[in-house]
Structure formats: structure tokens, C-alpha cells
Design a protein around this ligand. Structure first.
Ligand SMILES: [Zn+2]
Length: 182
């Protein structure tokens, strides 16, 4: 499924970051097609009170991972998807320029499914073979104070263990996760 919400990356840009998010529409409801409709500008704002706040919003992600681990792609990885917004990582702003955005069907504060961890691990490994991805982070880490996804229910240590050597979850992310779980 192709999203119209994308653009070209800056010329010569290297893809060095993967950003994990969580989303569900309406929030906390799983299994419908509202996220696909949001990313393809076909969400009917009158269908649910929450959707009114999304009216006219043009967003996308490269991938969406459903609760059962099924992966949908909306934007070519070579193009720039619109997932991060105002953001910064390692002193560089505009993370959309140099990142791949992966949305997991979920909600901040709740856990994620084993099938989602397996699918994300598989996806990140495949992406790291194709692009020089140096770090995996959450949206909450590149836009702190503005976003909180994927949230405390996401097990960063588990995905880092699954990934092994490459790509790695950013050290700062793992440190924050350990502090929070302690
Ligand atoms: Zn996000």
C-alpha cells in the first residue's frame, strides 16, 4: 500500500537511524484498517471523535507492524517518510531525513506481542544489510517531551538481545530503559 505522504531524502543522505513508534486507531483498538487509512489520507474524521484531531494530518511511516506480526509497507526506504516530526538525534535535527520509521500497532503504556518483536527484529536485520543503520531508537527518544511512543511497555532490552550485533539499540535508550525498570 503506497502512502502519498513522502518526499525525496536530501541528496547523498545515508540512512543511519531506525525509529520505532506505536500507533493504534482509535487509540487502544487493534485490528481495524484506520492506521492504513490515516497513512493514505483516507481516514474519515467524522467516524470517531478522536479522528477529528487528525483531520488534514499528512503522516506516514515506512512500515506498520500489526499485532500478529504482519508487516505493511507504505513508503520506499529510499524515500523520506513523515513519521518523526520535529526531532533530533546525536545533535542532528530532522530525523526523517536519515531514518526509517517503523510503527508498531499498540499504545503507550501497554505491552507488545511476541510476533511483533520477531517481525521487527527480522525487519531491522534486513534493513541493516541494505543501509548503514547505526542505531535503533524510539520516537520518544528523538522528540522527548513531545511524543512518548512506543512507551514504557516496549522491551528495549529484549529486542537488543534478539538483534545481537547489528543494528544495535542505542546505548542511551538501553540505559534509560534499565533505569525505568529498576
Ligand atoms: Zn511516533
Amino acid at each position: 500500500m503506497q502512502s502519498p505522504n513522502f518526499g525525496a531524502r536530501p541528496s547523498g543522505e545515508r540512512i543511519t537511524l531506525a525509529v520505532l513508534h506505536s500507533i493504534s486507531l482509535p487509540p487502544g483498538h487493534y485490528g481495524g484498517d484506520a492506521v492504513e487509512r490515516l497513512f493514505t489520507n483516507r481516514l474519515d474524521a467524522t467516524e470517531h471523535p478522536y479522528y477529528e484531531g487528525l483531520r488534514g494530518l499528512q503522516v506516514s511511516a515506512h512500515f506498520f507492524v500489526r499485532r500478529d506480526g504482519h508487516v505493511l509497507q507504505f513508503v520506499s526506504c529510499d524515500d523520506r517518510a513523515w513519521h518523526a516530526g520535529v526531532s533530533q538525534w546525536g545533535g542532528r535535527e530532522q530525523c526523517n531525513d536519515y531514518s526509517i520509521g517503523i510503527e508498531l500497532e499498540g499504545i503507550e503504556g501497554e505491552g507488545f506481542e511476541g510476533a511483533q518483536y520477531a517481525a521487527v527484529t527480522h525487519l531491522l536485520r534486513a534493513l541493516a544489510r541494505r543501509y548503514p543503520i547505526a542505531a535503533v531508537v524510539g520516537h520518544e527518544h528523538i522528540a522527548p517531551g513531545r511524543t512518548g511512543d512506543p512507551g514504557p511497555g516496549f522491551d528495549w532490552a529484549a529486542i537488543d538481545r534478539k538483534l545481537g550485533s547489528r543494528p544495535r539499540v542505542a546505548t542511551q535508550v538501553l540505559d534509560g530503559h534499565r533505569e525505568r525498570s529498576a
